[in-house]
Ligand binder design. Structure first.
Ligand code: PMV
Length: 332
């Protein structure tokens, strides 16, 4: 099934609505505690497995959308013009093709992000989620979170988990059209939970996660073990969240990320997003744990780490990682 068919099904007659002057929205970025790695449908970004994330409060993207008066889309990222021919411009413009409801409808998209772009900090997740929310505002669709999550998934898989704050589970679903594959908030609050962003390198990543996923699924002999690992980890994470068992949460999250990176190493040609400074930071974290400090990490498609710890340990963690940017996602 093509993306256009999903959009037509969700928006129906609403696609013909006149648009407003502009649309604006914010979406938080999200960090997966149990990762999405591998698609069952490349076109619709339908995953092989479910996944679970936490949204990062005020860290994310704000998207402003206006009708462009030139004959093509134009883009800025953090105030700087990005060419239509750049990877950023191409990706957004292709996505916007799904929503050109009248002839010559082109967009001016201004994206502001308070996280580094394309460095494994889920910038595409919050970017596409903010864009979908801004489109919802621009066209006054009044869609529900479920529909918006499905639309965001068409842009980037993990974006479907960025429509709501807090913990979100993305159900893999089984339907070919993906109508059962969207992010759903889990009604669990854990205000003491802290995420520390450890930026070790801000360069844009050399290999897109989409390509890395494809290669892993196609060539890693270990990939067949991944769905069972995810099933087990999702179960453990939910238990940890319900019981507020921080050790179980940390161990499961870290082990899940390391397994995903092991799959990538076993792909051919091998894939590694890990840099020497990433390894050094991991070893420091393992050492701190040996000394009794409860800190864990997760790593996405980039060299940076996200540390996980409780607010009561924030001071000591800061002592060892002085450049850490700490977010307490559920602190009200
Ligand atoms: O949604 P994508 O294509 O950017 O893939 C995200 C993949 C990971 O960040 C590595 C894992 C995840 O679940 O967010």
């Amino acid at each position: 099934m093509k993306k256009e068919a999903v959009v037509a099904r969700l928006l129906n007659s609403q696609l013909a609505r006149p648009h407003r002057e502009s649309g604006k929205a914010f979406a938080p970025t999200n960090i997966a505690l149990c990762k999405y790695w591998g698609k069952r449908d490349q076109e619709l970004n339908l995953p092989v497995t479910s996944s679970l994330s936490i949204s990062l409060g005020h860290k994310g993207a704000t998207c402003t959308l206006r009708r462009s008066h030139s004959k093509q889309d134009s883009f800025t990222l953090n105030g700087k013009q990005r060419l239509l021919s750049s990877p950023f411009g191409q990706r957004l413009s292709t996505y916007l093709n799904l929503f050109r409801t009248v002839e010559n409808l082109y967009f001016q998209v201004d994206m502001q992000m308070n996280i580094p772009y394309a460095a494994g900090l889920a910038s595409s997740a919050c970017g596409f989620a903010a864009l979908v929310l801004a489109l919802n505002d621009f066209f006054a669709w009044n869609l529900g979170k479920r529909e918006l999550s499905i639309l965001a998934r068409l842009g980037s898989g993990s974006a479907c988990r960025s429509l709501t704050p807090g913990f979100v589970e993305w159900q893999a679903g089984i339907l070919a059209d993906g109508m059962d594959s969207f992010g759903e908030p889990l009604m669990i609050s854990w205000p003491e939970l802290c995420i520390g962003l450890l930026i070790l390198n801000e360069d844009e990543k050399p290999l897109l996660s989409r390509r890395a996923m494809e290669r892993t699924v196609a060539t890693s002999l270990l990939y067949s073990a991944w769905p069972d690992k995810v099933k087990r980890d999702l179960d453990l994470l939910k238990q940890a969240l319900l019981r507020k068992d921080f050790q179980l949460l940390g161990e499961t999250t870290e082990s899940n990320a390391l397994t995903m990176h092991a799959l990538m190493l076993s792909a051919w040609p091998p894939i590694s997003y890990t840099l020497p400074q990433t390894i050094a930071a991991m070893q420091k974290i393992w050492q701190l744990r040996q000394e009794g400090i409860a800190v864990y990490f997760t790593q996405d498609a980039g060299p940076n780490l996200k540390l996980i710890f409780l607010a009561s340990d924030q001071k000591i963690i800061h002592h060892y990682f002085d450049k850490l940017e700490v977010v307490q996602p559920q602190l009200s």
